[in-house]
Design a protein around this ligand. Structure first.
Ligand code: ATP
Ligand code: MG
Ligand code: MG
Ligand code: MG
Length: 438
């Protein structure tokens, strides 16, 4: 992409109403634009990152055996009357009436709809297990939308729903998502800690939140500090095998959100120097809730003994759009964002220090082509801006590599390569610089 043809509305001033660094940087780097309280348009650079985050989530869901579907954003209220949640959900639900006076709602979550889909097609133990997920916009009329996409009203969520014959197999399904989540967040350069969590209005008795520690996080959390650097199991995990030992490794150490915190237990189980009380961002939340929806909604399956019983369910959410804020909270410096390579909107930036100078333009075109051929979509700053402004913009938008090309260097056969994360600079031939990046 050539910057002269792109839409990158960077802001020089710090937006006054943005309270946390990720929100400020998302506005300054031209990733999002607020359209209404808690409702954002995704600008070109922001959309590229969002799609990359979404794709990592998708790949890890698929690897764990979940099947992608796409349910609508609007849902009939009658479905929610079946489960009893239409009245119980409260003011966070956006209720809509159509021209025929039918009650609809903009989905804040999808347990009811997916249960209706399941019960329509799956009726026997032979159809199990199943895990259906989608990545779709949700709406929750948050009382205090804030911190940009961290607490939006409209936000992108991945939500998966597992269906099993009994509690034991439902727990195996839960474990698959537990491990998939660890791998998902690790691929985005995040250290997510699973913590025992309250089940809230979703219901049920087994639940973990996945928390990224950050001073600006809205949740208060308590955990054994050894969990933070424990790392993810990685893609070689056998999702058909027994994952309980891997889960136990993470759940044996103390980790709980405020609602589940037990100070006496924390002190008894965790040595003083490892007792961490901190703030965190909830990027994912998994639940096992048994037959809470399948019983009232009559999602029954026939067991091998010929009896029909309600299916055992779990649900598994990831805050896809919130993750962008969490990644920035974890990866930035005073100059701007530092994207982990896996989610960077472009693989590298090329800075043309003298646009219009034939030799410089030619060298930039050569670098552009080489990087494009290697599949590392580059962003070429070919604008007539002065160098200082170009450097500042490139640092702000946080691409992993910067290739700086100007007439003086070209005379000596050199370009400058800068690594955004470390600010290390090197003078190299163009060919060596390209080879270093790819
Ligand atoms: P929170 O405690 O932050 O209000 P929640 O517990 O209500 O979140 P869940 O119902 O568990 O949210 O939804 C699954 C995931 O969706 C959350 O873990 C979070 O990452 C994301 N999420 C929830 N609400 C929002 C929101 N208003 N804006 C952005 N992401 C959200
Ligand atoms: Mg909430
Ligand atoms: Mg929560
Ligand atoms: Mg939650």
């Amino acid at each position: 992409m050539r910057l002269s043809r792109f839409l990158l509305p960077v802001l020089k001033e710090t937006p006054a109403d943005a309270q946390i660094v990720s929100h400020r940087l998302m506005l300054r780097a031209g990733l999002i634009r607020q359209e209404a309280a808690g409702i954002y348009a995704w600008l070109p650079l922001g959309l590229k990152v969002l799609r990359k985050i979404e794709q990592i989530v998708r790949e890890e869901q698929n690897r764990a055996g979940a099947i992608e579907i796409l349910m609508p954003t609007l849902q009939p209220a009658d479905l929610w009357r079946e489960s009893g949640r239409y009245d119980a959900y409260g003011k966070e639900m956006l209720r809509i009436t159509d021209r025929h006076k039918r009650d609809l709602l903009y989905g804040p979550t999808n347990e009811e709809m997916v249960t209706a889909i399941f019960r329509n097609y799956c009726k026997s133990y032979k159809d199990l297990p199943k895990n259906l997920y989608h990545i779709q916009w949700k709406f929750r009329d948050e009382i205090r939308p804030r911190f940009g996409v961290m607490r939006g009203r409209e936000f992108l969520m991945k939500d998966a729903y597992s269906f099993d014959l009994d509690e034991a197999s439902a727990r195996a399904a839960y474990n698959r998502m537990f491990i998939a989540y660890l791998n998902t967040f690790a691929r985005m350069g995040l250290k997510a800690v699973p913590m025992r969590a309250d089940t809230g209005p979703i219901g049920g008795d087994l639940s973990h939140e996945f928390i990224i520690l950050a001073e600006t996080g809205e949740s208060e959390v308590f955990c054994d500090s050894q969990l933070i650097d424990m790392g993810a199991p990685g893609p070689e995990v056998d999702f058909d095998g027994d994952l309980q030992p891997l889960v136990d490794q993470r759940t044996a150490l103390y980790a709980a959100t405020e609602e589940m915190h037990d100070a006496a237990r924390f002190e008894a189980e965790t040595p003083a120097d490892r007792r961490l009380s901190a703030r965190g961002i909830e990027v994912g939340h998994i639940f096992y809730f048994g037959t809470k929806y399948s019983a009232p909604m009559k999602a029954h399956v026939t067991h091998p003994d010929g009896q029909d019983r309600p299916v055992h369910m779990g649900s598994y959410g990831v805050g896809v759009s919130r993750l962008m804020g969490a990644i920035i909270e974890a990866h930035h410096d005073d100059n701007g964002i530092i994207w982990p390579e896996a989610v960077a909107p472009f693989g590298a930036g090329i800075i043309n220090l003298k646009a219009g100078d034939p030799d410089t333009d030619a060298a930039c075109a050569q670098a552009y082509e080489a990087l494009s051929l290697a599949g590392l979509e580059p962003l070429l700053d070919d604008t007539p801006e002065r160098p200082g402004a170009k450097f500042a913009t490139m640092d702000l938008i946080g691409l992993p590599w910067q290739l700086v090309i100007g007439p003086r260097g070209i005379k000596e056969g050199k370009v400058e390569l800068k690594r955004r994360a470390t600010a290390e600079r090197e003078e190299l031939s163009l060919a060596d610089a390209v080879a270093r990046i790819i």
